[in-house]
Design a protein around this ligand. Structure first.
Ligand code: PGA
Length: 251
């Protein structure tokens, strides 16, 4: 069964509720004719309900950018998978390098978050990737191996195929320096081989995205790669027109 591509826009800390609604109204007619691609917008918590209302009945799913691993408890400022799922959120970005670096999101927490998201019926997009120093030190594969092993350790075998992985070389995020198609293909194929080492059938179904300075100009090259099943788009997802163009390249 071929994997349906997924193009996800990660807004990060951008857009008020009103801006989110305006964006979705501008986006929907632009993507209405796309048939064979899943679309997701990952919004700030405060926008999620309005995004879900605005996107209802369309092919655009609404995702969150983070969640806590526990179902509930004394965790001031946090949001659980159950809270997201009851709203109608369909998935969640986990382990984004900004959360790892700026907010201390650890592999230990991720080992709990990924299965917690799956239990709540959310699709996790787990982000992995190497820093520039790690790349220069030929440590890309060891970093990916370590992150995949640590972050997916708690995922039951029958759930593995539902995880989405985003390969995001940290040096390419928000820098305008995109991985070459060869670099992206190599890393994504390596990740698929890691998953296959655990479960060959699941590895055929797991979607692996590329993220890092994807834009309308480079999207077709990246999305055309054999093992790349879509994109996680930051800056270029902030305008409906450019996000729609990238989505259109994913066929
Ligand atoms: P970028 O961000 O597209 O702006 O590089 C990607 C990401 O952070 O997921």
């Amino acid at each position: 069964m071929p994997r349906t591509p997924l193009v996800a826009g990660n807004w990060k800390m951008h857009k008020t509720e009103r801006e989110a609604e305006e964006y979705i109204h501008a986006l929907l007619p632009r993507v209405a004719a796309l048939a064979s691609v899943d679309l997701a917008l990952c919004g700030p918590f405060t926008d999620l309900r309005a995004m879900i209302d605005s996107a209802r009945g369309s092919r655009v799913d609404v995702y969150a950018q983070n969640m806590h691993e526990q179902r509930e408890g004394a965790f001031t400022g946090e949001v659980s998978a159950a809270m997201l799922s009851e709203l109608g959120v369909r998935g969640v970005v986990l382990g984004h390098c900004e959360r790892r670096e700026l907010f201390g999101e650890s592999d230990r927490a991720l080992a709990l978050k990924v299965p917690a998201a799956l239990r709540a019926g959310l699709t996790p997009i787990l982000c992995v990737g190497e820093t520039e120093a790690e790349r220069d030190g030929a440590q890309t594969e060891s970093k990916l191996r370590r992150q995949i092993a640590a972050d997916l350790v708690g995922v039951p075998e029958d759930q593995l195929a539902h995880v989405v992985i985003a390969y995001e070389p940290i040096w390419a995020i928000g820098t305008g320096r995109v991985a070459t198609p060869e670099q992206a293909q190599q890393a994504v194929a390596f990740i698929r081989a890691l998953i296959a080492g655990r479960d060959g059938a699941a590895a055929e179904r797991v979607r692996i995205l590329y993220g890092g300075s994807v834009n309308p100009e480079n999207a077709a090259d990246l999305l055309g790669l054999a093992d790349v099943d879509g994109a996680l788009v930051g800056g270029a997802s902030l305008q409906a027109a450019s996000f729609a163009e990238i989505a259109g390249a994913a066929r």
